[in-house]
Design a protein around this ligand. Structure first.
Ligand SMILES: [Zn+2]
Length: 425
């Protein structure tokens, strides 16, 4: 009689085949940032170019047909016997990083896509519709300030002229930097022909929160990307001398700002699933011995329901007016940007839930190329557990076994999606 019986482990990875951890180890020295820690792999840097070369080589090894389009997106095709590129299932992610970013944000999805191809080939799988692996450039927007630049160009959501004139922190335009890196900037922009080849897109990504830690699961299916927006609150008071102005005579906007910051946290806590952050405060003129004449606060607010975001922001604005008035100040709130919530395609999500029955469904507060593509074709995401819950930081982490579970989940998803002809509802 045995007290501990271990279930037989199925050989999910063919012996000697590359693993996600192994592929990531191949590139673990590329773009290391010795001052910030982690990785700095901005678009058009040597590090990013090395990663792109690595991907092209890996895709070639797998017999995929690789080309780079006018927007710098790399496509690697696994064609069907018919060789017709329509109604394709696309998967992939990005290889660029934020300054001092983690090892997994982007590259995990790319490496998992390569391993998923290996797993499908090991099963002698024959796709009934084509598979396209995609690598999108400048997802983080860390060089030219626009996140998801490649997918926004592809879909026409970013005007080509606007993109050509974007500048990096050194004042170089996107057009000049692209040209210096072998990409002809005259041809960037919407590519509806490329988009029409795609039937759907599934992006695997490291989770950038704690959802899977709390659920004790390695892989989740994405439901939505939280709507997010930025608002600027200007609080005006009376600038004066820090030494000669008695406390009772002050109209100090910094005091009002301090009360407002606390009230924003307290207000956000009243709305389930809401996040509100003051990450930036700027006093004017900003002198140690000067009572500020005005203080500007930038507020980031996120919630799955855009109507709740609007209600929360309205409450923040009203509270700010009351708290500013208590200090003899005035407060004006203005919107700077708003990206509505992206709900991923319900039909594709239902299909993935059948293919991955143990995977929970989670939303995310972070933006992705999948969020841009979602307006143009059925789109889904898979998230892989991050045991630190930290991202955009060297502390971002994925355990090796979770990385392989993610690739297996992606392979199972692709097998289901590629095996069927026709489109999903
Ligand atoms: Zn990412």
């Amino acid at each position: 009689m045995s007290f501990s019986q271990t279930a037989p482990v199925l050989p999910v990875v063919p012996a000697g085949a590359p693993t996600v951890a192994g592929l990531l180890k191949d590139i673990s020295d590329v773009g290391r940032d010795t001052s910030r820690g982690g990785y700095s792999r901005p678009v058009f840097s040597t590090a990013e170019a090395d990663l792109r070369t690595w991907f092209i080589e890996q895709a070639g090894r797998r017999g995929l047909d690789v080309h780079t389009d006018a927007n710098g997106i790399i496509w690697a095709w696994w064609d069907t016997a018919a060789g017709v590129r329509t109604d394709a299932v696309a998967t992939g992610s990005h290889l660029d990083s934020v300054p001092g970013g983690g090892e997994y944000d982007g590259p995990l999805g790319v490496a998992s896509a390569l391993v998923a191809v290996d797993l499908l080939k090991a099963r002698n799988f024959r796709p009934r519709r084509p598979l396209a692996l995609a690598v999108f450039p400048e997802e983080e927007g860390s060089r030219f300030g626009v996140a998801c630049l490649g997918s926004r160009l592809l879909t026409g959501e970013l005007n080509a002229d606007k993109a050509r004139n974007l500048k990096d922190p050194d004042g170089n335009t996107y057009a000049d930097v692209a040209a210096a890196n072998g990409q002809d900037p005259r041809f960037i922009g919407a590519d509806y022909e490329a988009l029409q080849q795609l039937g759907m897109f599934v992006e695997l990504h490291v989770e950038q929160g704690r959802g899977l830690i709390d659920l004790n699961q390695p892989v989740a299916i994405g439901s939505s990307i939280l709507g997010h927006g930025r608002w600027k609150l200007g609080i005006a008071g009376e600038g004066n001398h820090a030494g000669t102005t008695l406390m009772k005579d002050r109209r100090d906007p910094m005091i009002a700002a301090a009360k407002v910051v606390v009230s924003i946290r307290d207000t956000a806590r009243k709305y389930k699933d809401a996040r509100a952050t003051v990450g930036r405060v700027q006093p004017v003129p900003g002198g140690t011995n000067v009572i500020a004449s005005r203080v500007d606060l930038w507020i980031d607010v996120r919630h799955p329901e855009d109507s709740v975001t609007a209600a929360l922001v309205e409450a923040i604005g009203l509270n700010a007016q009351v708290l500013a008035a208590e200090e003899g100040c005035t407060a004006v709130l203005g919107a700077e940007s708003l990206s509505p919530t992206v709900h991923f395609d319900a039909g594709l999500r239902d299909r993935l839930q059948k293919l991955l029955p143990s995977a929970p469904v989670l939303d995310t507060g972070a933006g992705h190329d999948a969020g841009v593509l979602a307006a143009h074709l059925p789109t889904a995401m898979l998230f892989v557990r991050n045991p630190t819950g930290i991202s955009h930081s060297p502390d971002e982490l994925v355990e090796d076994r979770d990385a392989e579970a993610g690739a297996l989940a992606l392979a199972d998803s692709l097998a289901g999606l590629l095996g069927e002809a026709g489109t999903l509802g």
